[in-house]
Write a protein that binds this ligand. Structure first.
Ligand SMILES: [Zn+2]
Ligand SMILES: [Zn+2]
Length: 294
């Protein structure tokens, strides 16, 4: 059984529609697909239909922007939450509003760097995405010929500390773990050591989060080298956290993240589902459950 629990569609910064993504996953031999667009459930309905048609199992999720100690950005994967849970809705609205304000500020800064770019360039690059964000600004920079690819756009202009970086709103990681639990879902920290020093989400910090209700950590991710994976797997075992593995596929928006390039062990997935079931029951929310297209 091939299980890939972290992918993006055009509902956020992937390049495929949710339907195209599901069909591509099916063609890649994936049995269980997690759709986890940034801060939105907008892709879910289309993905559900496609999963039923394609005969694969869909895990509805999202990847929520949060902040941990020191304001550092941490991505939290939320699986099977009730997307109508009011505190969750309120946070997603705040995050998306913050992002909408952020793009014009980034464009002003880019123009100060001498790049002729405006909102229309970003909208064109964003296509059908629910909201425009940094990846779309990066795509627009590529289309304008200012940089070669998204990675260069981030490295030269858009990452923290670079000239066109703009900070934005995010709930704390602690709060968001609580909200996902309240919504009847389960939370898994995406690429915990991906972009950062491994010390900031070390074992004691993860132990506190586990006590709070965190269900798992993403161990097998392209941003983790082999020693990081080994150490994270050991931490997951020590703390009783579920260890997942995923591609973080973005269509053609991110190289080196082909579907199922990392996968989740079926036993780990079964544990995650048990925790999700228990969370749904405890919360009393109408959590969405799996779509069994198989
Ligand atoms: Zn992420
Ligand atoms: Zn992601």
């Amino acid at each position: 059984m091939r299980i890939d629990l972290h992918t993006h569609s055009r509902a956020s910064d992937g390049t495929q529609t949710p339907g195209e993504l599901v069909r591509a996953a099916s063609a890649a031999g994936i049995d269980v697909l997690g759709l986890t667009d940034h801060d939105t459930a907008d892709g879910w309905d289309e993905a559900v239909e496609a999963a039923i048609d394609a005969g694969i199992t869909l895990v509805r999720g999202m990847e929520i922007s949060t902040r941990h100690e020191g304001g550092r950005g941490v991505h939290l994967l939320a699986y099977l939450p009730d997307p109508t849970y009011p505190p969750l809705v309120a946070e997603l609205v705040r995050i998306l509003d913050g992002r909408d304000e952020r793009v014009p500020m980034m464009l002003r800064k880019l123009r100060e760097c001498g790049i002729e770019i405006d909102a229309a360039d970003v909208r064109r690059a964003a296509g059908a995405a629910a909201a425009t964000g940094r990846p779309h600004v990066a795509d627009a920079l590529v289309e304008l010929g200012a940089v070669r690819d998204r990675e260069e756009a981030f490295a030269r202009y858009l990452s923290a500390g670079r000239p066109a970086y703009v900070d934005r709103y995010a709930a704390t990681l602690d709060e968001m773990v609580d909200i996902v639990t309240g919504a009847g879902g389960v939370s898994v920290i995406a690429h915990p050591w991906g972009r950062h020093e491994r010390t900031s989400l070390d074992e004691p910090a993860l132990a506190e989060l586990a006590d709070r209700g965190l269900a798992g950590i993403e161990v097998d991710h392209q941003d983790h080298d082999q020693p990081a994976r080994r150490d994270l797997r050991a931490i997951a075992r020590n703390l009783g956290l579920v260890a997942t593995g995923s591609s973080d596929h973005h269509g053609t928006g991110k190289t080196g993240h082909d579907l199922a390039c990392n996968t989740t062990d079926p036993d780990e997935f079964a544990r995650l589902l048990e925790l999700a079931q228990a969370s749904a029951e405890r919360s009393g929310r109408a959590a969405p459950g799996l779509v069994n297209g198989a």
